[in-house]
Design a protein around this ligand. Structure first.
Ligand SMILES: *Cc1c(COP(=O)(O)O)cnc(C)c1O
Length: 851
């Protein structure tokens, strides 16, 4: 045998996680780290930060990971540091005081379903605006002691992190999350093992671990299918947010809706109402229907009355293409067993997801959501209007203006998004309890009277903080990815606190038109290279990995930022996430937004900016359509001048340049001897005092309660009483109407001359209609419907109801006499509809007959 230099085989590595065991005196930190309360309570956040600053940053502001990694030496130091120990005790006491307050019992409890939640950066279960909104909402529910339970997914890979290659190509990195290092807790069963949810899928059961996120007083339950019990084919259901093919998507939406309802059942949570945040979770209503049929002995129609009466669907998407549709074959593969459970046909189920029943349309999740919820809403006033039009085809015969689809304008959770510096300042000048009355404009009036200098100092402080953040967190990355150290250093040096900083950060979807600013590079170069009036633009944002146009846009902006005339003047920050977002919306001067109207359903980043003394410069779309006030920001015109998008873009770009050159830049640099522009400060004060209060999450929650939750709870209680007596009555009544509907017809229509003649000099119009009601008697109503003809368009104008004047058996005579409002060219018609005071609105039972 020959002696070798060495002889070994491959190492056999085995994994073990050793968590640093916190000394008993520091156990409070462990408890604090397992509740996200610290995210929006500055004392909690700064405590973690100060425990170990380097580690806090290195762990991406993740207290659980930080406590696992903190060194024994550092722990011993903390134990010996009386001030720090005192702080830990105080923060802990405040936390305990907060969480021990009971939830309200005077409002209806709600189960809230969402595909994503943006709560903090460490928990990568969000991609953008929709998730941040859901996260903000449940934080507010916690603050307001609102009884709510949230349902979502724990993703293995979450949404991607973004890096850019040298030439600006977006690289999407999916990093597996180690669930042991996240601020979440496994939900345990009686035997102390992690609770496992069993969800029946066709031909198999899919299992999910159940996790809990403590969000202050709120609980968010997350499902995770990446476990050994599942086949390789099913484990990826919760791997990625908006990843995978359509089949994975339906498996995901099945898990969210059906699995989510089963999970709540398993946990013994019975809330009164169900709120579906975007259409992804709409199948929750299918499982609820099954439960009412199987557990409560209701028939399908009765179950549907109850399910509808207790649910709300919020739509966030302004274009039909943005909604989820499933091919009948794929949908059938997963949902095929449901009709039998409900006692309906396959066609009946498919039709619930079709705008035009009995066609071969694909199954639309939003149509299904609308058909199974009594109420639904858009997320700003304008988006409410757009949604009514978008969904009008579902309730044929009714004009969008008559639709029950409402709106609640999105808001933001102020304690999360206002800088701690501002929060302290607000406490000082508005009173300690300002946060309790944040949605009231009166609370904010004192801001108008504070010394200008204080506002300016605050702005400069946060601007410098932002610049330091860019220097610290980005130079390193830039050096790594983009070479040429001297160039990088010159960019970093050029970021100037005395320049007017303009921020633009959001998802890079083409409708957001991030390219607008770059349509005339010569003109832009003049703007940013004016020595006297320095201006810099900071961009950030991710493109969906499948969105080629979005990725090209990022590339183009990065290219421009490297041109000599724009170096250090146009800066692109990688990996837009909650941390980058918070720095931007507290640190720049102006928040720019240029969407194509009306595609920005609401937008919320501009609302965050409001709370931090930034000024918005934006297209009058989404929330800004309601938010804009003169002298408190700037608006790009609401009207569309060109139908050709390229022409419109050109015009809008020219307007942006011109407003910057002639209004905004001169205003900012009209500085006094103290170094600030007094008029600019007035803009800031007006913007904080008169705009910010209306876009708080507190206002939004209140709107949901008064517009939807409270009325639905009241009505559904009536439907449920005495073993669902009223619900059953309504179903019987509807069935009766349906049975006789076809036989209803007009026997005689008598019109006044003022209606018959082609023109009318403002005289009253009068009509008498004799109807064969086919046994429906007074269950029918008749109305005059008037549309106005204007500029080649026909627009809904008004309806005028008829009164019953005579009834002889089945024959009922109706009469109407009134003036048509206003003058103009009109067209009119008469329609018959079923009437019952127990219906919430006409679209609940949209039978209609024109006569
Ligand atoms: C607030 C926020 C958003 C949503 O803002 P929009 O104005 O809708 O673009 C998206 N991403 C992050 C990281 C945010 O903080």
């Amino acid at each position: 045998m020959k002696i070798q230099v060495s002889n070994t085989n491959e190492p056999v590595w085995r994994n073990i996680t050793i968590k640093s065991d916190l000394p008993p005196k520091l156990k409070k930190l462990d408890e604090l780290s397992k509740n996200l309360w610290w995210v929006w309570n500055s004392e909690g956040k700064s405590l973690f930060h100060d425990l170990d600053r380097e580690l806090w940053r290195a762990t991406g502001e993740n207290p659980v990971m930080m406590l696992q990694k903190i060194t024994t030496d550092r722990l011993n130091e903390i134990l010996k540091d009386d001030v720090m120990m005192e702080r830990i005790n105080t923060v802990y006491a405040h936390f305990k005081e907060y969480v021990k307050q009971p939830m309200r019992t005077d409002v209806p409890s709600v189960s809230y379903f969402s595909m994503e939640y943006g709560l903090c950066n460490a928990l990568k279960i969000y991609s953008g605006g929709l998730g941040i909104l859901a996260g903000d909402y449940i934080k507010e529910a916690s603050d307001r002691r609102y009884p709510m339970t949230a349902v979502g997914f724990l993703y293995r890979y979450g949404y991607f992190t973004q890096t850019l290659s040298m030439d600006g190509t977006q690289i999407a990195n999916y990093e597996a999350q180690n669930f042991n290092q996240l601020p979440i807790e496994p939900v345990l069963d009686e035997s102390g093992k992690q609770m496992i949810l069993e969800v029946p899928y066709p031909g198999r059961v899919i299992y999910a671990n159940i996790w809990r996120v403590n969000v202050g007083r709120m609980k968010l339950y997350l499902m995770d299918t990446d476990i050994d019990l599942n086949s390789e084919w099913d484990r990826p259901i919760t791997h990625q947010l908006y990843g995978g093919d359509w089949e994975n998507r339906i498996k995901q939406e099945y898990m969210l809706g059906i699995g989510g309802v089963l999970m709540l059942k398993k946990l013994g949570i019975k809330n009164q109402l169900y709120h579906c945040n975007e259409g992804h979770a709409a199948l929750l209503n299918l499982q609820r229907l099954v439960d009412y049929v199987q557990d409560d002995g209701l028939n399908f129609q009765e179950a549907l009355e109850i399910v509808r009466a207790t649910s709300l669907y919020t739509c966030h998407t302004p274009v039909p293409a943005g909604h989820d549709y499933f091919d009948e074959g794929l949908f059938g593969k997963y949902m095929g067993e449901f009709p039998a459970k409900l006692g309906i046909s396959w066609q009946d189920l498919m039709n619930m997801g079709r705008e035009n029943p009995d066609t071969n349309e694909r199954f639309s999740m939003s149509v299904f959501a609308l058909n199974t919820t009594q109420e639904s809403n858009g997320v700003s006033w304008l988006h409410g209007q757009v949604s009514r039009k978008m969904f009008a085809g579902i309730w044929k015969g009714y004009a969008p203006e008559e639709s029950h689809v409402g709106y609640v304008t999105n808001g933001v959770h102020m304690p999360t998004w206002a800088a701690s510096e501002w929060k302290e300042y607000y406490s000082r000048v508005l009173g300690d309890d300002y946060i309790e009355h944040q949605e009231d404009e009166k609370t904010w009036a004192p801001i108008l009277k504070v010394p200008d200098q204080e506002i300016w100092d605050m702005r400069m402080r946060l601007k410098n903080k932002f610049i330091n953040f860019v220097k610290r967190d980005f130079s390193e990355n830039w050096l790594k990815n983009q070479g040429d150290p001297s160039r990088i250093l010159s960019i970093v040096d050029k970021i100037n606190p005395n320049a007017l900083l303009i921020g633009f950060a959001r998802r890079f979807a083409t409708y957001k038109r991030a390219y607008l600013l770059f349509s005339d590079l010569d003109r832009l170069s003049k703007i940013v290279n004016n020595e006297k009036y320095p201006v810099q633009f900071i961009y950030a944002g991710k493109a969906h990995p499948a969105d080629g146009a979005g990725k090209d846009l990022i590339k183009r902006i990065v290219e421009i930022s490297k041109m000599p005339q724009f170096l250090g003047k146009i800066i692109f920050l990688e990996n837009y996430d909650m941390t980058v977002s918070k720095r931007l919306i507290t640190g720049v001067d102006i928040w720019l937004n240029t969407p194509t109207r009306p595609l920005e359903a609401s937008g919320t980043s501009g609302e965050k900016a409001e709370m931090n003394g930034l000024l918005n410069f934006s297209v009058l779309d989404g929330w800004w359509y309601e938010g804009y006030r003169e002298g408190a920001g700037w608006a790009l015109t609401a009207q569309r001048t060109y139908t050709d998008q390229a022409q419109q873009d050109k015009l809008d770009a020219a307007t942006i340049y011109s407003m910057l050159e002639h209004e905004i830049i001169p205003l900012y640099f009209a500085k006094n001897s103290r170094g600030y522009s007094p008029e600019w400060i007035q803009y800031i004060k007006r913007s904080i005092a008169t705009i910010a209060p209306h876009f708080t999450m507190s206002r939004m929650l209140e709107d949901y309660i008064t517009r939807f939750y409270a009325p639905e709870a009241a009505r559904s209680a009536k439907l449920r009483a005495s073993n669902y007596a009223l619900a059953k009555d309504i179903v019987a009544w509807k069935n009766n109407v349906v049975e006789h509907w076809d036989a209803v017809h007009a026997l005689d229509v008598e019109l006044s001359d003022s209606l018959k003649n082609a023109s009318n000099n403002g005289e009253a119009v009068e009509a008498t209609i004799k109807l064969d009601t086919a046994g429906l008697g007074k269950d029918l109503g008749i109305e005059l419907v008037v549309y106005r003809e204007e500029d080649g368009e026909t627009k809904f104008h008004e309806t005028i109801p008829f009164k019953v004047i005579k009834q002889e058996g089945d024959v009922v005579t109706y009469h109407m006499k009134n003036h048509i409002k206003d003058s103009g060219v009109f067209r009119y018609g008469f329609r018959v509809y079923p009437w019952n005071k127990n219906l919430p609105h006409r679209q609940d039972f949209a039978y209609m007959k024109w006569i």
